[in-house]
Design a protein. Sequence first.
Length: 307
Amino acid sequence: ATGTTHLAIQPINPGAAVGTTISVTILALKSDGTPNSLEAGKIQVLTTGSATITPADVVFSGGVASTSVKDFVAETITLSLKDVDGSFASSTSVNITSTQKYTFLPGATAVVLLSAGISTSAVDYTLTVNIEAQDAYTNVVSSENRKLDLLVSGSAASVVGGARTTLVSGQASRLVSSHQPVTITVSLDDYVGNPQPWTGVNLSSTVSLTFSPGQTRSYQILQPADNTVDNTITVTIQALDQYSNINTNEFRQISLVATGGATGAGYVFISSGQGQKVIANQHPGTVTLSLADIASLNLTAVNIDST
């Protein structure tokens, strides 16, 4: 309408959480900055990000147009204007370049989720568990700084540094270790020392971690039972990791040495971490069994002195 020189999206009061409907007001202003009560044109309100405008096309009445914006993503959006029917075409010299930024904040914590980018490891290493507080729309609650307890099932594994965990800006990461090959379940519990109970927050998230045997660090000969010269003795050799777990991933040969005239010693094929040889001796006496490296194998970091 005659007299309108520019349109202005009005500032919006900050602090609304995602999922909240926010009112947006656009004024049709005259050159002196007062509303043009005769303005009855149509304008379209645009937004960036994931927000929605309802309705997008609005008609001025008394120099004022209103709509609303809603967003389920915690983000900063920019509102802008667009002529849709020629009401404010460039030929009218009405400035419609007004913009307005608004930031939707995360909502209250609704759930705390556990995740692990890598869920399997040898016992030689730790695994990382990530903890994240989210609102009802999966936004990270950056204001959440509550204490939690990270729990592991069974007695084989533990949280490095203890179970107590403090969320920082809604997130935390903890290391979990185990000295035994095992699959464990990691879960959450609210810290009883928090000032108030955490009601209405879902803490049922769990994650499974699997630890396998570590690299072979030593070989051991299991002490066989004594026997007579009429019978043979089965000797078992095991490949062990640094925590004395049988390394079921070990497949290689090693040499068994026997003294005292015993026969049957020699190369032993280690399969799934274990191998056996049958030893015989036709003469009464004590036989000493030991292990020897095979030159073609790189066992310099492995203890093979078991007897």
